[in-house]
Write a protein that binds this ligand. Sequence first.
Ligand code: MN
Length: 134
Amino acid sequence: MARILIVEDNAQNLKLASVLLRADGHDVVGAADAMEAEGALGQALPDLILMDLGLPGKDGYAFTRELRHREATVGIPILAVTSFAMKGDRERALEAGCSDYLTKPIDRLDLLERVHRLLGLTAPTAVGAERNAP
Ligand code: MN
């Protein structure tokens, strides 16, 4: 179980990501923008940050760059989540300091595979597969 901060201004996307990550056993904190995220970071540092790149006010690229310049947050993996499916967005996200990149709509296994890899956990199994394991 990890502490995960989700920075996402779209309530439905925030809810979906929160549900999926909580179901995977994680402690999830949501923030609708960079300012709210700063408040959450002041409370406790997360093990991973899900970063929507399109945020009102300070966008996810600028916020990621800031976090990469802070001693407290420089080492926290940041998974960019965005509906920007345009060519070059992945590169832009990685350049800003994101660790990996995920496009919306969020796919459960795609999300968990990336989250687990960034947290250094084993890959997720398909729904129900755990029950059939020896
Ligand atoms: Mn957004």
